[in-house]
Design a protein around this ligand. Structure first.
Ligand code: ZN
Length: 440
């Protein structure tokens, strides 16, 4: 079915265009025509930007918002809180929570999300009757919210370099990599769902199993994602047990590829950065989470300079604002280096859209024929954006998730005038879903 949308102002590539007609068929753009007249097209108000892409999410972490940020400690003490929540969630709660969280993302202008999924089995580690019941809940949630989903099914086999799975971790594990592979083979992709591979981390997956997961992804030309060097302690343990940094270890097993994405990459050596850049691996920065967990500041400018593509994710979901995450890549770089402008406005928008889409295996996040038809309208007249004349600067450095008024995802309008068209009461849905998890 053909649909047409019209934008008074749109950011097309690096340019600001006026009077743009977007023609959509089968969920993708068939034509993007600036300088056109509005021929019975549905008007999108304000500044239209490409659909935003959240390249790294753990939907269930949203239940921790307000429980964890006020605490002390570090990543490892936060992890105990996260495990306590993870232990409570059954498929019914997972579906409700993920639906509400994906609706929150839609309202923030996200049209494609990468869900890094390792909450696979029952709390005691036994599989559900359908071993992919939890993954199916995520797929149903994304469908209800209207998002494109890359389900990054994540292999998680041990509790540490010399530790078995313990406690809550039991439900993350698949016993061995063959069982992971057999389970993932049963997940059916479709037009709005892609299946990708995850290696949780070098802590959680041994080298030979990591090699198998990497081979699975390479063989299928599927994205491969992994947490990398978020914590100094992970680096120290990896070197002590294997003699390699996590990045070097992953390269040794074939997991550093042009279609791979390293999440965080906060504490990398110069040699790691050169190696990742020479391959063109993507780096998914998650600045709000890295702030919240006191992880540190990644060397984003060095990574981009070496050849890595940067994208962003909301990760722990203490904040769901992809424009803010992308802006923070530049802002963290300013804090780290004392210089401004490593990532100019057009690059900030690309980090929030097409670069994330590429990391998740989508032709999306770009306003051109052939791409997934994802459009986001931002208010140019809010308290944040009023008085900012340049639409590109407004999107990159002024607007927030609160300025998203209208969203088209896969050719279908999912948000109109700030309201989600399937789940009208998003705050109510979030409150009920979080309560059902915490009071369980
Ligand atoms: Zn993560």
């Amino acid at each position: 079915m053909t649909a047409r949308y019209f934008a008074d102002v749109a950011i097309v590539g690096d340019a600001v265009e006026r009077d743009v007609v977007f023609t959509v068929d089968g969920g993708v753009f068939t034509d993007v025509a600036p300088g056109a007249s509005n021929q019975e097209a549905e008007r999108l108000p304000g500044i239209v930007v490409p659909g935003l892409v959240n390249a790294h999410s753990h939907a269930f972490h949203r239940a921790l918002r307000g429980c964890a940020e006020g605490g002390s400690g570090d990543f490892w003490s936060w992890r105990e809180l996260m495990y306590a929540v993870a232990a409570r969630i059954e498929p019914e709660e997972y579906l409700c929570l993920a639906t509400a969280v994906f609706v929150e993302m839609a309202l923030a202008g996200v049209t494609v999300v990468g869900e890094f999924h390792y909450l696979h089995h029952r709390p005691d580690g036994r599989p559900y009757d359908d071993p992919n019941e939890m993954g199916s809940a995520l797929i149903e949630a994304a469908t209800t919210a209207g998002l494109g989903l890359t389900l990054i099914d994540t292999c998680y086999l041990r509790g540490g370099f010399d530790a078995p799975l313990q406690g809550t971790q039991a439900r993350f594990g698949d016993h061995d990599v063959d069982a992971w592979e057999a389970r993932v083979a049963e997940i059916a992709p479709h037009q709005d769902v892609k299946v990708a591979a995850g290696i949780h981390s070098v802590r959680a997956v041994d080298a030979e199993s990591a090699r198998e997961v990497a081979t699975w992804a390479t063989t299928r030309e599927a994205p491969l994602h992994y947490h990398l060097s978020e914590q100094r302690a992970e680096n120290e343990q990896c070197i002590a047990f294997t003699g390699s940094t996590p990045a070097a270890l992953l390269a040794d097993v074939g997991a550093v590829t042009p279609t791979a994405t390293a999440v965080h990459g906060t504490h990398l050596t110069d040699a790691d950065i050169r190696m990742l850049g020479s391959v063109g691996t993507a780096i998914c920065a998650c600045p709000s989470t890295e702030q919240d967990l006191a992880d540190g500041i990644g060397r984003f400018g060095d990574l981009a300079g070496a050849g890595c593509r940067l994208c962003v994710g909301s990760d722990g979901n203490t904040l769901i604002d992809i424009l803010q995450e992308a802006r923070s890549v530049e802002m963290h770089e300013r804090l780290r280096t004392g210089h401004r402008g490593t990532f100019p406005a057009r690059e900030v928008v690309a980090i929030a859209s097409r670069l994330g889409a590429g990391a998740l295996g989508w032709n999306a996040g770009r306003l051109e024929a052939g791409a997934r038809a994802d459009l986001v309208a931002l208010s140019p007249s809010s308290t944040r954006t009023s008085g900012v004349d340049d639409p590109l600067l407004a999107a990159a450095f002024a607007a927030s998730a609160a300025d998203v008024t209208d969203v088209v995802s896969g050719g279908r309008r999912i948000v109109a005038d700030g309201t989600h068209l399937t789940v009208g009461d998003a705050p109510g849905a979030l409150a009920a879903a979080v309560r059902s998890v915490l009071e369980r």
